[in-house]
Ligand binder design. Sequence first.
Ligand SMILES: [Zn+2]
Length: 83
Amino acid sequence: MQNENLTIMNCHHCGFESEKNITTYTIDLGEVLVVIRRVPCYQCEHCGEIVYDADVFSNIEKIVNAAKTLKQEISIVDYKNVA
Ligand SMILES: [Zn+2]
């Protein structure tokens, strides 16, 4: 039933299967707080641990780097508008 794609991930903490989900990624860089909404992720059903795949994570890094240059105190970005 869950074989429709091959991107099923297992939790790094407990080894349970992680399901596709959408989350809000927040990082506080001191001068800048970056909030990225609607980020695709995998979330463990067992412990709630969130994992991002490599593509998503590199997009997050790009968004965070772009937000740093804006020097706004808070940057709220919609993932879909950037990635
Ligand atoms: Zn887990």
